[in-house]
Unconditional design. Structure first.
Length: 306
């Protein structure tokens, strides 16, 4: 499948710039409209470079993209090492603490997941990276939505947003933060503290200018504690909480500032079966849940009171 370049710089181009030269050359031949649909760029040593578009996958090829794996450009160990080195800005050790947790965040706040081989049992330090997943972050203003309606009707309350991985949680969270911190789409304007532990929610320029304080790189519970103690927010926001976070978040919520957060779950029953999340719900941290489902015509949001 040959797609000609239209010379338009996109978020995809910014992410593809970390690839090795042969993959950059292939990416340059992709149409800008297609680039806007790409969610991830994935490298697998000994395999291919693939592009995720929703639930579909394409391979980088000499002509641009292809759906035939035997026409894809081979991805070697050197290609993965090249990309990891660029993502780290030439300093692997400066990013060792996040690589240990499976991700790298660049100076431009582009986030890449990494995995590979660990030889230090119990420490999970990656000795050799063999797979890279570069996330392509975009700000999409979703306008007036069901979560904003909850806030409009009930004031600021705890809301847990859930979906399977890549289900639109972070996209919705960005839109909500932008709306409530700027008073858009019928929302009142609120002083908002965003705890962006992995530096993947806030997009500078697109989300700047409102009553938004961003605590970038802080562990969630510590970020909440500092925000409440020093910034006096009306609402706290964070992305991708898990069961391990729950105890610390519960302790940090003693100040009573409402929390809007996301987590992975396939449905409301699955959400309630997660012990840490259920503890937060039973403890009154979350009053409403919003489940997400990606549909061909957009993002479907189903809300319920807990």
């Amino acid at each position: 499948m040959k797609i000609l370049n239209q010379n338009k710089t996109t978020a995809f181009d910014s992410a593809a710039a970390y690839l090795s030269p042969k993959f950059i050359a292939a990416a340059a031949r992709i149409d800008s409209q297609f680039k806007e649909a790409v969610n991830e760029i994935r490298l697998r040593a000994g395999g291919t470079a693939s592009l995720s578009v929703g639930e579909n996958f394409f391979y980088l090829a000499p002509s641009g993209i292809t759906r035939e794996r035997n026409r894809a450009i081979f991805c070697g160990d050197d290609d993965v090492k090249f990309t990891v080195n660029r993502l780290c800005g030439g300093s692997y050790h400066a990013h060792a603490h996040t690589i240990k947790d499976g991700f790298i965040v660049t100076e431009k706040n582009i986030r890449a997941g990494v995995c590979g081989e660990t030889l230090r049992a119990g420490e999970y330090e990656i000795d050799s990276i063999n797979s890279v997943c570069i996330r392509i972050s975009r700000f999409i203003d979703l306008g007036k939505n069901d979560v904003l309606d909850i806030i409009a009707k009930n004031g600021l309350v705890g809301i847990i947003i859930y979906s399977p991985p890549a289900g639109g949680k972070t996209t919705l969270l960005r839109s909500i933060v932008n709306s409530i911190s700027k008073g858009l789409h019928g929302s009142k304007i609120y002083s908002t503290a965003l705890i962006d532990e992995r530096r993947e929610v806030f997009i500078e320029g697109k989300m700047s200018g409102g009553l938004l304080d961003v605590l970038s790189g802080y562990p969630k519970a510590k970020g909440m504690e500092i925000a409440v103690r020093t910034m006096n927010p009306q609402v706290l926001v964070c992305d991708e909480i898990n069961c391990d976070d729950a105890e610390n978040i519960f302790a940090a919520q003693n100040a009573g500032v409402p929390l809007i957060a996301t987590t992975h779950a396939g449905g409301i029953e699955n959400l309630r079966r997660r012990p840490g999340i259920d503890k937060l719900i039973n403890g009154g941290i979350f009053k409403f849940a919003a489940g997400l489902e990606l549909k061909p015509d957009g993002l479907k949001i189903s809300c319920c009171e807990l």
